[in-house]
Ligand binder design. Structure first.
Ligand code: ADP
Length: 614
């Protein structure tokens, strides 16, 4: 679509340019032609001015001479006595001398009847003496008492010349005529070879002088009968054959006149400039060939058209560049818009994702809060359950001895009343031992209550296990379980906190008791051995073992399979962290023969240090 539009526009531009080229070409050609013709005309005008000046100079030189000669006594005497041979001879010699002196063509004297009686060329072959020139206008003018002027081809000499004549007056009467003929060949010779053709035409339009010999005696105007008759009357051209030049006049252009002359080598167009010389009776014309002016105009036109073409080409290049630039900018703009659109899209997507994330985060936070709340609730519930358990255990542990103490005390009172002091003493010592037992329980309770972050130190396993048994004894008993203890011949001493280690052992053994409760084999084995710098304590029970699926999770806080009220799921988690605090490890596994094995690994303490610590 775009390219079709472009090509359509291109055709229009091409047509416009072509039209502009035609208009410019025509205008430039007109202006250039006019300028070239003006220049040619101005050169022709100069040539014309020079030619006219040369001719009139020549005329002026000779014009007064016939009168001077006519005033000569000798000439007057001759015309008074025309037949006087001595006078004739003297006049002939005089005329010849003057002719030579003035560098003229011929000088001669005519009587009133037109007969020539003396001439400068009296002694040459073509002597004028005896000739009669009454038909010449210069004779007629002089006879009328005027100065005569005429140009013509000599009928006797057959040489062209300009004739000046003057009457010879004696006592106010014309007695004869003096004629002075001037050669014009020298002037004409200077016209040959120039760029312009200079011609002199008579009033009938016949060429009398010309740089080109072939144009002589040819008419620029048609040779009508009138013209031929007038020419024949004065015998201006003697017997020369007159003809018409094949001339056609063109339309005047900007004040210039044109004529075209057909020749052997085709027609030539000339610019014609003319000036009349009324005194001389002729018209001087300069014909300038227009070929070079027209060629120059054509060259200038072609140059202008080439310039125009070049300018158009440059314009086209500039336009093309600009359109390409605009196209590129448009492409960049659309690319930018596309980019911006994409960025906006992405931003919107991101914002949506962000909002979604924020929502999810808020949801997570709420869930987390709910979880925390649940955990807190659970802890609270656990605490209450533990408190309940502990209260139950405590009341059980304390009520029994208290009941026994009451019985023994009552019995002792009865026995004392009966005077059986020895038996009463026995009862009192039993009361004392029961009080000891209750004190022990209380001590353990106190141990529990102690802050856990006690300093670590060497703890003999024998003591730790013994204290533990004090606490878990009743639980073992209630579960019907027995604890087999094997600490080796040299019971190890570990680096730990005594109370917390005991807490761990209580927890692990309690779990073992839970596991074996109600089972056939209820013997729990606690063994310990030293391996280099480490001491391993294992508690193995013949219970159902830990299902592999939950083996990884039993150390998680609140993980319990014992149901609400029975297990908090905190025991192993706390134990794990306590052992970690000691720099040791607590792990669980199932024994190949069945049942669970819990292993505590701790750093071993040197006996000497342990003893020193004690
Ligand atoms: P609780 O004893 O309150 O459930 P614990 O953290 O002590 O919490 O124990 C977590 C869980 O580990 C128990 O609920 C039980 O499933 C499992 N477990 C612990 N000791 C043993 C054992 N000796 N044999 C089998 N399972 C055990």
């Amino acid at each position: 679509m775009v390219s079709r539009l472009l090509s359509g526009r291109g055709i229009w531009i091409a047509l416009l340019l072509a039209a502009a080229a035609v208009v410019i070409g025509a205008s430039v050609h007109r202006i250039a032609t006019r300028a070239a013709l003006d220049e040619a005309a101005s050169r022709g005008q100069t040539t014309l001015r020079l030619a006219v000046a040369a001719l009139s100079g020549q005329m002026r030189r000779y014009e007064p001479l016939p009168r001077l000669i006519a005033d000569q006594e000798l000439i007057r005497a001759l015309l008074a006595y025309p037949d006087d041979l001595a006078l004739r001879a003297e006049a002939n010699a005089y005329l010849k001398e003057i002719n030579t002196l003035l560098d003229s063509s011929d000088v001669y004297i005519m009587k009133t009847d037109g007969d020539t009686i003396a001439a400068s060329n009296h002694d040459s072959e073509i002597s004028f003496v005896g000739e009669n020139f009454t038909y010449r206008p210069y004779f007629q003018d002089a006879m009328a008492g005027k100065l005569g002027r005429f140009f013509a081809l000599g009928t006797t000499s057959l040489k062209r010349g300009y004739y000046f004549s003057a009457p010879v007056m004696v006592e106010n009467a014309v007695r004869g005529v003096v004629v002075f003929k001037v050669d014009i060949d020298a002037v004409e010779a200077s016209w040959r070879g120039g760029n312009n053709e200079i011609i002199v035409t008579d009033p009938e339009g016949i060429i009398f002088m010309s740089g080109r010999a072939d144009w002589l005696y040819a008419g620029l105007k048609s040779l009508t009968e009138d013209r031929l008759a007038r020419t024949a009357e004065s015998r201006r051209y003697a017997n020369a054959v007159l003809r018409e030049l094949p001339v056609s006049r063109g339309k005047p252009e900007a004040g210039h006149f044109f004529l075209t002359i057909a020749g052997d080598r085709g027609s030539r167009e000339f610019l014609e400039l003319s000036e009349d010389m009324p005194d001389a009776g002729w018209t001087v014309s300069v014909l300038t060939d227009t070929a070079s002016a027209r060629a120059q105009a054509l060259t200038n036109t072609i140059a202008a058209l080439l310039l125009f073409g070049l300018a158009a080409l440059l314009g086209a290049i500039v336009l093309q560049r600009r359109s390409r630039l605009a196209e590129r900018m448009e492409m960049q703009r659309s690319a930018r818009t596309e980019l911006e659109r994409r960025v906006e899209e992405r931003t919107a997507d991101l914002e949506a994702v962000n909002t979604q994330l924020e929502l999810e985060i808020a949801e997570r936070r709420t869930t987390e809060q709910r979880l925390r709340q649940t955990q807190a609730d659970l802890v609270q519930a656990g605490k209450l359950a533990a408190l309940g358990q502990m209260s139950a255990a405590l009341s059980h542990e304390l009520n029994q001895p208290l009941a026994a103490v009451k019985n023994y005390a009552d019995n002792a009172a009865v026995l004392l009343d009966r005077g059986r002091a020895a038996e009463a003493g026995d009862n009192i010592s039993r009361i004392s031992s029961l009080a000891d037992r209750m004190a022990t329980i209380s001590r353990h309770l106190r141990n529990f209550a102690r802050k856990p972050n006690q300093k670590l130190g060497p703890v003999p396993l024998v003591e730790a296990v013994g204290d533990t048994l004090e606490i878990v004894g009743s639980r073992l008993k209630s579960a019907g379980a027995t604890l087999s203890i094997d600490l080796g011949s040299d019971p190890p001493i570990v680096i730990a906190g005594a109370v917390r280690l005991q807490q761990v052992l209580v927890n692990v053994i309690s779990n073992a008791a839970d596991a074996v409760e109600g089972r056939e084999n209820r013997t729990i084995v606690l063994s310990a051995y030293r391996d280099g710098g480490k001491v391993s304590v294992t508690v193995r029970d013949p219970g159902p073992g830990v299902p592999p699926a939950i083996l990884d999770r039993i150390f998680d806080p609140f993980f319990s399979t014992k149901g609400f009220g029975n297990g908090l799921g905190l025991g192993l988690s706390i134990s794990y962290n306590i052992i970690k605090d000691f720099g040791g490890s607590l792990s669980a596994a199932n024994h190949p023969d069945g049942g669970a094995v819990f292993t505590i690994v701790l750093d071993a303490a040197d006996r000497s240090i342990a003893e020193a610590a004690e």
